[in-house]
Design a protein around this ligand. Structure first.
Ligand code: DON
Length: 322
């Protein structure tokens, strides 16, 4: 792609960030995790990375934030690689719930109490419990190594965010005890929770997020390393889960009006995987990954400015996968 094209579009992303930043006023930083409540709600950043490493970015692109629920896609992929699909799918289903992300209701109302999908907390805690490693630290190290290979740099867990979550994790603790009781936890409750809350507290910036999205968009193939990092079948499943369950109980509307595989987190992060056929009318015809950060979230848990920005881009570039 000619350089002036990318420059033009960089200017475009800066314009878009300016245009959509005011939407942050309609949301609030997550308040149930004290360390997230102190973030600047007006921040908005985006990175879009294509298969030849072309990057368009704008806003607070160096700002670090925690993955939160975006990590659920990563651990799901890792668990499938380590345990194989049949093992994982025996313990967590792939059905959307329409409930809030930390809901406990279906663990009892449906029997057996198998979590509905890996994108809600119950399913994600089950997935974290089945990761390889003899201790929470070993499991977390594996997650970090896997992510570091994708983003090409060292990552770490934000201890302050982890600690503040650990101390307020009553709901997650309840979910984990319930899962343990019904046989859907592979390790002790406190260990599964430590892994789950530490994976949520891994820090990234929007470019890291875009890079993760790019590899998922490319069916597990890392175009810059020229390496297949995880099986195509697992990437396809991850994308289907992102479409059906990635934006929590707003996933239906997101699929209907934006139409891209995406996963949000309460930090205001959104990970998006744009497959090649959806990128044809954009400056990224071979597909791309998009990372967005806008910490003011709506009551469901999705970044308000981020979702509006994404909707605009998907419309402008005709990116709807459907
Ligand atoms: O389990 C929690 O409460 C958080 N650590 C992660 C939840 C999250 O990001 C849900 N998001 N919308």
């Amino acid at each position: 792609m000619p350089t002036d094209h990318i420059n033009h579009n960089n200017h475009l992303t800066a314009e878009w960030v300016k245009q959509f930043r005011p939407y942050a006023k309609e949301g609030k930083c997550a308040s149930y995790i004290p360390a997230l409540a102190e973030k600047d709600p007006n921040q908005l950043a985006i990175s879009i990375i294509g298969t030849n490493n072309d990057e368009m970015k704008a806003g607070e692109t160096t700002e670090l934030f925690t993955l939160q629920s975006v990590s659920k896609v990563v651990t799901f992929i890792l668990a499938c690689m380590e345990r194989g699909l049949p093992y994982v799918l025996e313990r967590v289903d792939v059905e959307p719930t329409g409930d809030t992300f930390n809901s406990i209701i279906r663990l009892e109302s449906h029997q057996p109490g198998k979590p509905f999908n890996p994108m809600i907390n119950a399913g994600a805690i089950t997935v974290s419990s089945m990761l390889d490693g003899n201790s929470p630290q070993e499991k977390v190290s594996k997650i970090l190594q896997f992510l570091e290979q994708i983003v090409g740099k060292e990552l770490k867990v934000n201890e302050e965010v982890y600690q503040s979550e650990w101390q307020t994790a009553n709901r997650n603790r309840s979910l984990a005890y319930y899962l343990m009781d019904s046989g859907f936890l592979d390790c002790p409750v406190e260990e599964a929770l430590e892994v789950y809350l530490k994976q949520c507290a891994i820090e990234v910036n929007v470019s890291d997020l875009a890079m993760i999205g790019l590899v998922i968009a490319n069916d597990g193939y890392h175009p810059l390393l020229n390496k297949q990092l995880f099986p195509k079948q697992v990437a396809k499943l991850a994308k289907a889960l992102m479409v059906t369950c990635g934006m929590y109980n707003a996933s239906g509307k997101f699929a209907a009006f934006i139409g891209l595989p995406a996963k949000s987190g309460v930090s205001g992060a959104i990970l998006v995987a744009v497959p090649s056929h959806a990128g044809l009318d954009s400056p990224f015809p071979a597909g791309c990954g998009i990372g967005i950060y806008g910490p003011a979230i709506d009551t469901i848990g999705n970044s308000v400015a981020g979702v509006n920005l994404l909707k605009h881009i998907a419309t402008e570039w005709n990116m709807n996968i459907f």
